[in-house]
Design a protein around this ligand. Structure first.
Ligand SMILES: Nc1ncnc2c1ncn2[C@@H]1O[C@H](COP(=O)(O)OP(=O)(O)OP(=O)(O)O)[C@@H](O)[C@H]1O
Ligand SMILES: [Mg+2]
Length: 282
């Protein structure tokens, strides 16, 4: 998939995905996602907070081929089916640019009478819908998935923060989605989230629709020595010097937690001009 990334203002971003140049390793996880993707098994990606699940999913999308289209649906703060349909429409419009060859999918989305605005920073479409109730939202959801299944591209539909669906009241989202997945096996699905206890309720409770439906991948911390090299390279590329001892100290202090390691490295990087020194607090 061809995606234009913006350049972060630091080599150690603490939010967002800026392309492989700013992303450390995850080769094995990428391979596991690839295998599951080609085996056509829905995937559940879990792991503790801020370790890099969302980043890995974008990294996975970056590696898709031309004919493979990724639709990334972020369910953070979504509380009902109407919100989900709005996010799915938005993700569809982002995945398929407004070009002649994607006219059909734009028309399908436009049947929902969306109000489309464009984010002032990223320029990406944002959608709000005025669906009258959850039943109408459910029908629209089915309609969108049906129209995706008729596309000639290989589609991967990613639901990040999927545990949100547990909070949907009066909704049959799990059974609707499961039946759509069974009717249209050509679409690949990845579910992700960090609230493991809620995700296990969805995927491991034998009375729920998604029981036994997915192959799980649990994200571990980055390999310490690979991360160490990555950090050293980023400093040296910018003409700054940092000792291996200090990098090891940082990774041990953050316990290898990606977000905190990035945060400390960013602080050090922006605060020091040429050489990073470290003084252990008394
Ligand atoms: N492999 C990586 N290399 C470099 N930075 C990374 C990597 N993985 C994650 N990060 C950094 O850590 C930040 C947090 O990662 P991300 O948001 O992907 O974690 P998450 O597991 O999805 O978090 P949450 O549990 O909040 O959803 C990212 O914005 C990115 O800056
Ligand atoms: Mg995330």
């Amino acid at each position: 998939m061809k995606i234009d990334y913006s350049t972060p203002n630091t080599p150690f971003p603490t939010f967002g995905y800026f392309g492989p140049k700013y992303f450390c390793d995850r080769e094995d996880e990428l391979h596991a996602l690839d295998l599951a993707f080609h085996g056509n098994i829905p995937i559940l990606l879990t792991g503790i907070r801020r370790l890099g699940k969302t980043g890995l999913l974008h990294h996975f999308l970056h590696h898709r081929k031309k004919k493979e289209v990724g639709i990334f649906v972020d369910l953070l703060n979504v509380g009902d089916m109407r919100g989900l349909v709005a996010k799915l429409s938005e993700a569809i419009l982002r995945a398929f640019p407004e070009e002649k060859k994607y006219k059909a999918i734009w028309e399908t989305t436009q049947k929902l009478r969306p109000t489309i605005s464009f984010d002032e920073f990223s320029g990406l479409p944002q959608v709000s819908l005025s669906l009258s109730n959850e039943k109408e939202a459910e029908r629209s959801f089915t309609h969108l998935l049906d129209s995706l299944s008729s596309r000639s591209e290989q589609l991967v539909l990613i639901f990040d923060e999927f545990q949100q669906v547990i909070h949907f009241e009066d909704s049959h989202v799990e059974s609707v989605l499961r039946s759509e997945m069974q009717q249209h096996p050509s679409i690949h699905y990845i579910f992700s989230g960090s609230k493991t206890h809620l995700l296990s309720r969805i995927f491991q409770d034998s009375t729920r629709p998604f029981y036994g439906m997915v192959q799980s991948i649990y994200l571990e911390k980055l390999n310490a020595s690979v991360y160490q090299k990555f950090i050293a390279t980023k400093f040296s590329e910018a003409g700054k010097s940092i000792s291996n001892e200090l990098i090891k100290e940082i990774i041990s202090w953050t316990d290898g937690h990606t977000y905190y390691t990035q945060y400390v490295c960013d602080q050090l990087f922006s605060g020091f001009q040429k050489k990073c020194k470290f003084k252990r607090p008394d």
